[in-house]
Design a protein around this ligand. Structure first.
Ligand code: HEC
Length: 155
């Protein structure tokens, strides 16, 4: 047995394993979709969970813009709507789903939750409607970017 070759063999296996693992972590469980977007393959229940979270995100945006347009409504309601979609919403994400999501998807998703908390803080600190709308616009830009990039599939 030539131990030097054996050692290089082990090192090469390590490099290949780490390469495959990091590719998987970056790409998630994806394939090209037929409408030009990248398809993320999830189990049906996982897809339902993420889509339910998406609808909650839209409700948060709706809650904030509705209060902005109705100055007689308590600003606390807008703060609450934004806070509901903050990092607390991301806290219970299932690790099995996280493994299937591509890195860019997770980064955009997390940044939305973080910015929802910042938005709630800004509202609580009495920011103007224009400042709040600018925060919302920076977030809805990410909603649309991600929607243009990805779709879900279950098979
Ligand atoms: C990290 C990526 C990403 C971000 C960020 C994102 N979405 Fe989504 N969203 C998706 C994907 C993927 C789908 C499923 C699209 C498909 O399968 O055609 C989706 C679907 C939805 C749906 C449909 C839900 C259903 O029941 O069918 C709504 C509503 C939605 N998103 C709202 C939002 C809003 C509002 C934001 C921003 C505040 C947002 N999303 C940000 C990726 C994202």
């Amino acid at each position: 047995m030539n131990w030097r070759i054996f050692g290089w063999g082990i090192a090469a296996l390590w490099v290949i394993t780490i390469g495959i693992m990091s590719t998987f972590l970056v790409q998630g469980h994806t394939r090209p979709g037929n409408d030009g977007r990248t398809e993320i393959v999830l189990a049906p229940s996982e897809r339902d969970l993420v889509l339910a979270e998406m609808r909650d995100l839209l409700k948060a945006v709706h809650g904030v813009v509705t209060v902005l347009g109705a100055p007689d409504q308590p600003i606390k309601a807008a703060e609450g709507a934004a806070r509901a979609a903050g990092m607390a919403m991301a806290a219970d994400v299932n690790p099995a789903i996280m493994l299937k999501l591509p890195l860019a998807f997770k980064q955009m998703g997390m940044s939305i939750h973080k910015d929802m908390d910042h938005l709630a803080d800004g509202i609580a600190q009495g920011e103007s409607s224009v400042q709040i709308l600018n925060r919302l616009s920076s977030m809805t830009a990410r909603c649309t970017t991600c929607h243009d990039m990805y779709r879900f599939a279950t098979k």
